[in-house]
Write a protein that binds this ligand. Structure first.
Ligand code: 5GP
Ligand code: ZN
Length: 115
């Protein structure tokens, strides 16, 4: 846990969020500035800054995040039309919050390549 981290504060329930999923390792909540009809952030409950900080000991976190995202996507009926999962890592990718998070985006079409 990091006292200055907004996502740690959400995990500790010090600031509110619209939580849509929780298990022992993962919390998922609505993004405050949704970029799509469905825009959910999935975070590990431990404070890891970025996807590039993962190592063998904590690589299970990635599969937990992806499996939780898939479950939420199924529950929200996104499976047929598809959805996008995104990790922004570091400055060039536009990572704003330095607590690892997986974006689940759905409910509209997305362009590729990204801007
Ligand atoms: P990043 O650009 O770091 O990949 O994405 C961070 C995301 O966190 C952004 O989409 C932003 O809207 C979202 N965000 C930032 N602060 C908060 C907050 O306090 N609550 C929630 N629910 N989302 C936040
Ligand atoms: Zn944190």
């Amino acid at each position: 846990m990091n006292n200055n981290c907004v996502f740690c504060k959400i995990i500790k329930q010090e600031i509110p969020a619209d939580i849509v999923y929780e298990d022992d390792d993962v919390l998922a909540f609505l993004d405050i500035r949704a970029q799509a009809p469905v825009h959910i952030l999935l975070v590990p409950k431990v404070h890891i800054e970025k996807v590039s900080d993962l190592n063998e000991n904590v690589s299970y976190i990635v599969s937990k995040l992806v499996l939780a995202a898939n479950k939420i996507a199924r529950d929200k009926g996104l499976n047929e039309d598809g959805y996008r999962l995104v990790f922004n890592c570091g400055e060039n990718a536009g990572q704003e919050v330095l607590h690892l998070h997986l974006h689940l985006l759905g409910g509209r079409k997305f362009t590729w390549p990204p801007g």
